[in-house]
Design a protein around this ligand. Structure first.
Ligand SMILES: *Cc1c(COP(=O)(O)O)cnc(C)c1O
Length: 400
């Protein structure tokens, strides 16, 4: 097929839930995407922080092929070797004890919300069910997770929404304090908001959250779906903030491009999930689990967390130079590791489109923020090429 017939068939046969880029990707390798005319693009988005090892990493391809011949799926009615190996390895990266596997980020957060309620109900015997989240957050698209999400556009038209969700302004310590009451069960947050425009938790909010955990026995769910697995230059972003999550949710890069999510919890919390209390057919299936385990092995062997941190610092400095050169165009450069936002002083659609035409794939979020989530293996050369293209683009835009 060619690009235009794919576009028209998409319109004809698919629900119009996505505003798609004017690009159909035929194949991808490493940090390169190729369209149907054979044109090459530098990928600075990695399928929204999914393809962290680059596209079609040869070891992942081999692992999936081998596993597919051995066992693809059998269900959670059975013990599965691949699943326990992944759980053991994943849990060795944090201070939590048990994993629940599912298939997406929303499902991981949904599991965290369900476990919060069930734990308060069954273990603590307390009537606490309320979940506090922050404005600008993104936690998913199921009814519960969109209720947790702090963006009105995500909830629009889906009312009545489930009860028990409170949203407070991001980094507003007083608002958080005021929102807490006897029904508060948990706080759910990203450390760096992704969809929300690469916005970082303030140290003041971090210490308030830790205080509420300690003094009011409120649970902390850290949504590491986008920030986890080396993206921000540490294995988990919360390590940089000194937070002690009671639950971590993960997904996106977890199975190197196959759908997978995970909820990681403490021993005490895990007890609230008895047999039959929660589950999913595909969760922790053999194929995705094998790919996830292989991805963690590759990350470890190749020091990709450190590489993300070092490339991120280098890239941040490069973009800061651009911000100095274009003080009227660039408002701020922020982020951590290879989760980088370049906030423009004006709506960025035109800049984004020009960069795409020059062969650079990235995301524009919150109207003004160029969001970069490249594969963790991205080269300095590719980032430099992008910085040059951005320089050229901005030089053509007059600010009055
Ligand atoms: C992507 C994302 C989700 C939702 O994940 P899905 O797999 O799309 O359901 C939740 N939280 C954060 C922070 C995300 O980036």
């Amino acid at each position: 097929m060619d690009q235009s017939s794919i576009e028209s068939k998409t319109e004809k046969f698919l629900c119009p839930t996505y505003a798609r880029y004017p690009l159909a990707v035929q194949s991808a390798r490493g940090c390169r995407l190729y369209d149907f005319e054979g044109r090459e693009y530098i990928d600075l988005l990695a399928g929204i922080s999914v393809c962290n090892l680059g596209h079609s990493h040869p070891e992942i391809v081999a692992c999936i092929g081998k596993q597919a011949e051995k066992l693809i799926h059998v269900s959670n009615l059975f013990y599965q070797e691949e699943q326990v190996l992944l759980a053991e390895k994943l849990l060795s990266t944090c201070r939590l004890d048990k994993a629940f596997f599912c298939n997406s980020g929303a499902e991981a957060n949904e599991a965290a919300i369900k476990l919060t309620r069930r734990y308060m109900n069954k273990v603590r015997n307390e009537y606490r069910f309320e979940l506090i989240t922050f404005s600008g957050s993104f936690h998913g698209r199921t009814l519960a997770t969109l209720s947790a999400t702090g963006q009105e556009k995500i909830k629009e038209g889906f009312e009545p929404l489930p009860q028990g969700f409170k949203n407070v302004p991001f980094n507003d310590v007083k608002a958080l304090e005021d929102a807490v009451n006897g029904h508060t069960a948990a706080i759910m947050t990203e450390c760096i908001q992704g969809e929300g425009g690469i916005r970082t938790l303030s140290p003041e909010l971090v210490s308030k959250i830790s205080q509420l955990q300690e003094e009011r026995k409120i649970l902390l769910i850290v949504d590491e779906i986008q920030t986890g697995l080396g993206r921000t230059g540490t294995f988990w972003a919360h390590e940089q903030f000194g937070l002690k999550p009671d639950m971590i949710t993960s997904s996106k890069a977890l199975a190197a491009g196959l759908p997978m999510g995970a909820l990681l919890v403490s021993e005490e919390l895990a007890h609230a999930f008895g047999p039959g209390s929660h589950g999913t057919t595909f969760g922790g299936g053999a194929l995705a689990s094998a790919a996830g385990l292989k991805a963690l092995e590759i990350m470890e062997r190749n020091n990709l967390v450190r590489q993300s941190r070092e490339t991120g610092i280098w890239a941040g400095n490069l973009f800061e130079e651009l911000a100095d050169k274009y003080p009227d165009h660039i408002r701020e450069v922020r982020g951590s590791g290879l989760m980088i936002g370049i906030e423009l002083a004006f709506p960025g659609q035109e800049v984004w489109k020009s960069l795409l035409e020059q062969g650079f794939v990235l995301n524009l979020t919150q109207d003004k923020v160029l969001r970069l989530l490249p594969p963790l293996i991205i080269s300095m050369q590719d980032i430099k090429a992008f910085a040059q293209a951005l320089d050229t683009t901005l030089s053509r835009i007059r600010i009055y």
